[in-house]
Design a protein around this ligand. Sequence first.
Ligand code: SF4
Length: 336
Amino acid sequence: MSSNNNVLLEVKGLRKAFPLTGGGLLRRTVGYIRAVDDVSFNVARGETLGVVGESGCGKTTLGRCLVRIYEPSGGEVYLNLGDRTLAVHDLKKEDNRVFRRNVQMIFQDPYSSLDQHMNMLALVGEPLMVNKIAHGKEMEERVTEIITKVGLRYEHLRRFPHSFSGGQRQRISIARCLVVNPQLIIADEPVSALDVSIQAQILNLLKDLQQDFGLSYIFVSHNMSVIRYVSDRILVMYAGKLVEIAPKQELLSTPNHPYTEALLMAVPKVGRRAGTRVVTAGEPPDLLALPTGCVFNPRCPYAQDVCREEVPTLRQVDGGRFVSCHLAENLHLRGV
Ligand code: SF4
């Protein structure tokens, strides 16, 4: 673990491979899908790290490994709680509750992530009881305090999820996370299932709560506009790999990886000259049959022979900027 006490989470060489089984009775493993492949990064206290990439790039799997919904296949994850550090990749049974209190996840779909048979009091109070933090009157007081902070009303405490709008349900999900006073929240596409008019409200709420509670976020989204709005730094994933990570402004104005450039150019923008909007040709690669060399080379307009022959490694190019591209220093990519 880094000796820098401002680092809350340290991820080193994280991997997640899903076995692929063949047909027949024995259903033998015939291969592996490497959904997350050797990903390393840190998250600072109070920081929002945006994780962006196309569908299937591994960003959701990464988030799920970090909250241990999925057991990672390899790598190390450390959570620095100030007075002690948890080795999340090798979590001891007695530390499980401490970990769950400090790392929470907001899911994409507020319709399916809430139990329809529990009212708001039970839904938001459940983490307090499971973690043996509060019950009875004390629990209700804590729930009331939290739901008010996320913009819900005390009068609705005994209502069930079906009577709330999508935005209100996502506020309940946020309250469930906040009620145990976590240090890190992993938000997996938290606004993509909501109406556009509600999305900005939820994003602003998350920003306000970050200030009030001193939270760190890992914010996962396929939507570069959302990532631009919420992030302090941005991590770009492609085919399970981290291809670029940088502070937001630097990444937006001078991307170092052609895939980052393509994501930025694909964002609709009022006033962009006709013909300058670039959507990368081709499909994301089949994770079972990745191209040789750089995984992005079949879609990269700048690819050269070296790109088809050698796998680029993630390297530091400037200050806090890291990129995985052979030609990064020679390309002058377009930012926004
Ligand atoms: Fe494109 Fe080559 Fe860089 Fe890969 S290494 S992103 S193919 S220029």
